[in-house]
Write a protein that binds this ligand. Structure first.
Ligand SMILES: Cc1cc2nc3c(=O)[nH]c(=O)nc-3n(C[C@H](O)[C@H](O)[C@H](O)COP(=O)(O)OP(=O)(O)OC[C@H]3O[C@@H](n4cnc5c(N)ncnc54)[C@H](O)[C@@H]3O)c2cc1C
Length: 660
């Protein structure tokens, strides 16, 4: 494992907790402490954390309740809270945020779930099915049937909470005893807890250590000592009494109107591709009424209509925002797709793994750097030489590279249909949206003749390029792409993994092997072209010559247009009112304090999930979750630095920060 100093700034490989059992209870050798008391863990949690925070009584009204926890550990507190939540009346959502510096690995979590009390085992299995690999960052797990989401913040509690945007109603301050784990219990953590807690929010902890009490009081909580559980002398509960001075850590252009204040949950989504249908589903899971409009004859008429595409993290040695976002997005996408498939719509897919082949010396060095610096668990990334690559691929190869076991292919058009069906959203086809007109508190969505087709208080642009006249200065650029489809032959049907090189080729999908793709800037043509087919074939032949041993396949495939934006990330979030935005931030280059600037002026109720480029399968589900969380006022599933990296006007902010 790489040392912290070898790792990219802001990223540290995690050191998972080894699972040790002592007298049948999970034990942590690192801190010399138990995860929960032997034999009575569930009762202790129920009393010390749930009842002490007034649960379940506080769930009676309200649509949303957010629990925050320090120390996810075995997940026992989460499972108990989830179990109790299921028995409440009402239809709100439970959001549960939990930090963990030393998460258990999935196999150890499986052992722990197997040892749960019978009543929790079914929930434990559901948790396990989505439980992430131990990689630092945010991991959102959604359990839509029970209207529960779990966001695991893997990494140092204070650091991960510093990037969090949420209003936490109740805290469980767990984690090991302060004397054994002093790194957790400190002023910086208490300041984050206070920042995230509205007045009246509560906390509870098993400890009553004096410095913890004093620290929490200094941060703004009124602390009360309570009789401890079992043999323990004391524990504490607390109430947040005041807002600390500086509560908003967001830069002004990220200070958007809060979605929680929206009174009418009705949205029109423009575009029925991956971006639009995933957003429709994320909103409908929150109880929104959604209409999706598309100029095509049905869903997936644009880039999302390809027969198969790859889901894969786009890693880099510096683990910058693209690398971090796509790593989280790829893992989220698979969890999301399983939840869509569980609704009954068939979605051809195979998480077969991908070999990123070192096609050239420069790429070989780059892959070496990625493997060394990121030091991801071998379940996510392995360095392989050519014989190992060939063995994994099931076909002859002469190149090694990186093996990414958690990558795979999916049929995007089936996913679009599945998302739409699961969302029970209305679909209006054959409408070319030209603009939006504001009347009162609602937007009219206008067709090419200026006729209002749909009226809704909230609108999401999910049509790849956006409506440029509505957001001057926010640019999306067309990139034509063509892929080929090849019937499996004796020399190709043994391929078991996706091969990635300049392009990619999939194992046999229901459509055949899908290979490609080309990039032609500024071109919006969707005709199949012989020259691009030849280019795809020559890239394929370079890394896997045997694929063409039966002759080159005819020019069959698909061409479509993806749109991208500066920074190689999609544009996700509210759309600014660009004239007011320019005026508000015109002097950003002065480098004044953020207090000097107003909150972001936005087009009320207009949001975007655009420019997913060549990674829409990977990026659209998490983008949809970000957007729906923003629109609904839920805790965000990403740290604020990544939310900022997706900002619709990030390029303008970057330009305005530069001296004229
Ligand atoms: C050749 C090729 C290969 C690719 N391979 C992969 C891959 O392996 N993995 C991967 O993750 N991604 C891949 N992509 C990219 C991926 O397909 C896109 O990122 C994704 O489909 C974008 O989804 P979207 O919903 O934003 O756009 P689209 O799917 O293009 O959907 C936009 C929709 O909006 C509609 N629309 C547009 N304008 C209007 C309007 N004014 N009014 C009404 N409707 C409108 C269109 O009809 C369309 O249905 C590939 C793309 C191409 C072209």
């Amino acid at each position: 494992m790489a040392s912290a100093t070898d790792s990219p700034a802001g990223f540290r490989p995690l050191d998972p907790a080894p699972l040790t059992l002592r007298d049948g209870s999970p034990w942590c050798a690192r801190y010399g402490d138990v995860y929960y008391s032997p034999g009575e863990g569930a009762q202790e949690s129920a009393q010390v954390f749930l009842a002490a925070n007034g649960l379940p009584e506080r769930w009676r009204d309200g649509e949303r309740f957010t629990v925050g926890e320090t120390g996810f550990g075995t997940g026992l507190n989460f499972l108990l809270t989830w179990d109790l939540w299921r028995s409440r009346p009402g239809r709100g959502w439970l959001h549960y945020l939990s930090t963990e510096l030393h998460p258990f690995t999935p196999p150890d979590m499986a052992r722990l779930m197997g040892a749960l009390p019978a009543g929790l085992r079914r929930l434990g299995e559901q948790l396990l099915a989505q439980y992430p690999e131990p990689v630092s960052g945010y991991h959102r797990l959604v359990f839509p049937d029970d209207r529960v989401s779990l966001t695991l913040l893997f990494g140092d509690a204070t650091e991960t909470l510093a990037g969090c945007h949420a209003r936490v109603d109740a805290w469980y301050l767990d984690g090991f005893a302060p004397a054994r784990n002093p790194g957790l219990w400190n002023e910086a953590l208490y300041a984050q807890l206070a920042r995230l807690t509205p007045p009246g929010g509560t906390l509870a902890s098993f400890t009553a250590a004096g410095h913890v009490r004093r620290g929490l009081e200094a941060a703004g909580f009124r602390i009360v000592r309570q009789p401890g559980f079992g043999a323990k002398r004391e524990r504490i509960t607390g109430v947040c009494e005041s807002l600390p001075q500086s509560v908003d850590v967001r830069p002004p252009w990220l200070r958007w109107p809060e979605g929680a204040d929206v009174s009418e949950r009705r949205a029109a989504v423009i575009g029925a591709g991956l971006a639009g249908t995933s957003t429709a589903l994320a909103l409908s899971r929150r109880g929104w009424d959604v209409t999706v409009l598309d100029s095509g004859p049905g869903p997936a008429a644009g880039a999302s209509g390809n027969p198969a595409g790859i889901i894969m993290a786009h890693l880099s040695a510096d683990h910058g925002v693209v690398s971090r976002f796509t790593l989280q997005a790829a893992e989220f996408a698979w969890r999301w797709i399983e939840s869509v498939a569980a609704c009954g719509h068939p979605i051809p897919r195979d998480r077969c793994g991908a070999l990123w082949l070192a096609d050239g010396e420069r790429l070989r060095l780059r892959l070496d750097r990625i493997a060394e610096r990121l030091a991801l668990p071998h379940t996510l990334m392995q360095r392989v030489d050519a014989p190992q690559a060939a063995e994994l691929a099931g076909v002859p190869l002469t190149l090694g590279g990186l093996y990414l076991p958690r990558a795979g292919w999916v049929d995007p058009s089936a996913l679009c249909r599945g998302q739409l069906e699961a969302a029970s959203a209305r679909l209006v086809t054959g409408v070319q949206v030209s603009s939006l007109r504001r009347t009162g508190d609602a937007w009219h969505v206008l067709d090419a003749n200026g006729k209002s087709v749909v009226e809704a208080p909230q609108v999401v642009l999910a049509n790849g390029l956006g409506l440029p006249a509505l957001h001057p200065g926010i640019e999306t650029r067309p990139l034509r792409g063509q892929l080929g489809i090849m019937s499996p032959a004796p020399s190709t049907q043994g391929l078991r993994r996706i091969l990635c090189y300049e392009g990619y080729v999939t194992p046999a999908t229901p459509a055949g092997h899908v290979f490609g793709a080309t990039y032609v800037r500024g071109d919006t043509g969707t005709d199949l072209r012989a020259g691009e087919h030849a280019r795809n074939l020559s890239d394929l032949a370079r890394v896997w010559p045997a694929a063409l041993s039966n002759g080159a396949p005819a020019n069959a495939g698909r061409a479509a247009v993806r749109y991208n934006a500066a920074g190689r990330l999609p544009l996700v979030g509210p759309l600014p009112r660009m004239d007011a935005f320019e005026a508000a931030y015109a002097d950003l280059h002065h480098g004044r304090s953020w207090d000097h600037y107003p909150d972001a002026p936005c087009l009320p109720g207009v949001y975007a999930t655009l420019a997913h480029g060549s990674r829409g399968l990977t990026t659209t589900p998490l983008a949809a979750e970000v957007l729906a969380s923003l629109m609904h006022g839920d805790p965000l599933p990403l740290s604020l630095d990544l939310v900022e990296a997706l900002h619709t006007a990030r390029e303008r902010v970057r330009q305005l920060k530069r001296r004229p």
